[in-house]
Design a protein around this ligand. Structure first.
Ligand code: RIB
Ligand code: CA
Length: 310
């Protein structure tokens, strides 16, 4: 069966790095490119981290740098969780590969026009995707769907109302959610249930290949930082929920509903207002994750890491 072609648009970021690992080993997915934006750290750092992941996983795919600031609001990073480098916890070998000469929007446009159908997988702020849709609307017919990590039905994680990826660039999120494309939102409601408890870390560490070793080293740091900030025993492994869904859609339950992005600039700026009971009778413009099979999630992660043993 033909593999589903995907492009990951990310801000690595510890959980972005695991999403790349899972995409690289998924039997039904073909990762054809990675685009990067600022988010968890500055673009210089998220870009370097993406290159390090591609080199470490020995992937032969283009990596292009994109937006280093949001469409309208001021930039913000998340060094307290991802560290000064944006991917603290592992020393990668010296970089021998370099970025694609094209910027992220141009690479996205070229890859989309060269393929009939491509799934976009944003795991960071949506600036690159919004700019792509604004500058090259002709690519829309080549986008199978957008499966993103971001938002929440419930409360936020960087403000009472908003999740980080959406709050980093609410105006960009509004462009994506109002695009008319199929948008599937893996929000905090499900990603906060897949927590990297010590027993999960030890289970993955037993796999004993170079990628599971990288996973273990990065996740120990990710956990330690999250424990300092939130007091959690296990950090939520947010971004791979996108790839796990694409590998096995049964792991995550979606419900179609209206999602409106708060771009008011007030205390709820960046909130994804998810009308799950259709109070407002507005167009259902997104599929929102409302449940997750936690055991199966970790089974897919474990299988993805084991696939690097062969
Ligand atoms: O809120 C979680 C999201 O913000 C994840 O994508 C994480 O990598 C950070 O970017
Ligand atoms: Ca991310």
């Amino acid at each position: 069966m033909d593999k589903r072609k995907i492009i990951i648009d990310c801000d690595p970021g510890h959980d972005d790095a695991v999403a790349i690992m899972m995409a690289a080993s998924a039997p039904n997915l073909e990762l054809i490119g990675i685009t990067v934006e600022a988010g968890n750290q500055t673009l210089e750092k998220t870009g370097r981290n993406a290159l390090n992941m591609v080199q470490y996983l020995n992937l032969d795919i283009p990596v292009a740098l994109g937006a280093n600031h949001p469409l309208k609001r001021e930039p913000q990073t998340c060094a307290e969780i991802h560290g000064e480098s944006g991917l603290d916890g592992f020393t990668f070998p010296p970089l021998k590969i370099s970025f694609d000469k094209r910027d992220a929007v141009t690479l996205l446009k070229d890859l989309l026009l060269a393929n009939d159908k491509v799934t976009l997988v944003p795991t960071g702020p949506l600036t690159n995707i919004a700019l792509l849709l604004q500058k090259h609307p002709e690519v829309k017919s080549h986008i199978e769907e957008i499966v993103l990590m971001g938002g929440s039905i419930g409360y936020g994680n960087v403000s009472p109302a908003a999740e980080f990826n959406i709050l980093c660039d609410p105006e960009a999120a509004e462009v994506v959610f109002e695009s008319g494309l199929t948008v599937k939102m893996m929000g905090l409601d499900v990603t906060r249930r897949v927590l990297l408890y010590p027993e999960i870390l030890e289970r993955m560490n037993k796999i004993g290949n170079k990628v599971s070793d990288l996973f273990y080293a990065l996740m120990k740091t990710f956990n330690a930082n999250q424990k300092k900030i939130f007091g959690h025993e296990g950090a939520p492994l947010h971004d791979p929920a996108t790839i796990v869904y694409l590998i096995n859609p049964n792991v995550i339950t979606l419900k179609k509903m209206n999602v409106e992005i708060d771009v008011s600039g007030g205390p709820s700026y960046g909130r994804t207002n998810c009308d799950q009971f259709d109070y407002l009778h507005r167009p259902h413009n997104a599929y929102v994750a409302i449940d997750i099979d936690v055991d199966e999630y970790w089974n897919v992660i474990e299988k993805g890491l084991k696939a690097f043993s062969n």
